[in-house]
Ligand binder design. Structure first.
Ligand SMILES: C[S@@+](CC[C@H](N)C(=O)[O-])C[C@H]1O[C@@H](n2cnc3c(N)ncnc32)[C@H](O)[C@@H]1O
Length: 200
């Protein structure tokens, strides 16, 4: 059964996760403090934060989008591969979300902020580099890339398979194209690294 779920395509796996409410471990929790800190940092360092274009990759049930909307950010787009994640969302939030595969989606605009809260670690390992390159190419110069990745496997359920990144390796790759602003752990969330970097 475990092998079956690993072989299952991400789109099917995540639709099942959301249909069975296995996502409560992230969807029903507060946004990580570090992510909130990074967004406040960007807010405080921008003349007009509410005009910044934000993309949330693998946005799930939209917990970040809901928070940003509440905080006055105006231009937010989410992309989520699993339609089941967004089916019950209020229209105001649902209208900001594209249902599709981030790697296949064509975007017309570029973004000032791309947020990736564990999406890369939820996608098959061979997608890591293409996801990273796409995020880089979608960012405007001086744009911010921020988020969370796992350094240890986090598998609460057989369907919920995740992959980890080597933090030294990730930092090295990040440094080539970004100025690292924050790169840190949180004692409350073991096995995760949080980062915020600015495109050079
Ligand atoms: C662990 S969840 C985190 C959800 C959300 N970022 C949050 O913090 O609430 C990872 C999400 O990435 C989505 N995902 C995985 N691969 C994707 C892809 N190629 N394109 C879009 N979304 C994807 C999954 O469906 C899932 O909703």
């Amino acid at each position: 059964m475990v092998l079956l779920s690993i072989k299952m395509k991400n789109i099917q796996r995540y639709n099942q996760i959301y249909q069975k409410s296995i996502d409560v471990t992230w969807s029903n929790t507060e946004l990580p403090d570090k992510v909130v800190k990074y967004l406040n940092y960007i807010k405080n360092n921008s003349e007009n934060y509410n005009q910044l274009q934000v993309l949330d990759v693998g946005c799930g049930r939209g917990r970040l989008i809901k928070q940003l909307t509440k905080d006055g950010w105006k231009d937010i787009t989410g992309i989520e591969i699993a339609a089941a994640a967004v089916s019950d969302l209020p229209p105001k939030i649902r209208s900001k979300i594209i249902v599709g595969d981030f790697l296949k989606q064509k975007f017309i605009s570029r973004f000032d902020v791309v947020v990736d809260i564990t999406m890369t670690c939820s996608s098959e390992p061979e997608n890591g580099k293409p996801i990273f390159s796409k995020i880089f190419s979608l960012l405007n110069q001086n744009g911010y890339y921020l988020g969370e990745f796992f350094t240890e496997p986090v598998n609460y359920n057989e369907l919920d398979q995740t992959w980890c990144l080597d933090q030294r390796n990730f930092r090295r790759i990040l440094k080539k194209q970004f100025e690292i602003v924050f790169f840190e752990t949180d004692p409350k969330i073991q096995g995760s690294v949080f980062f915020c970097a600015q495109k050079k």
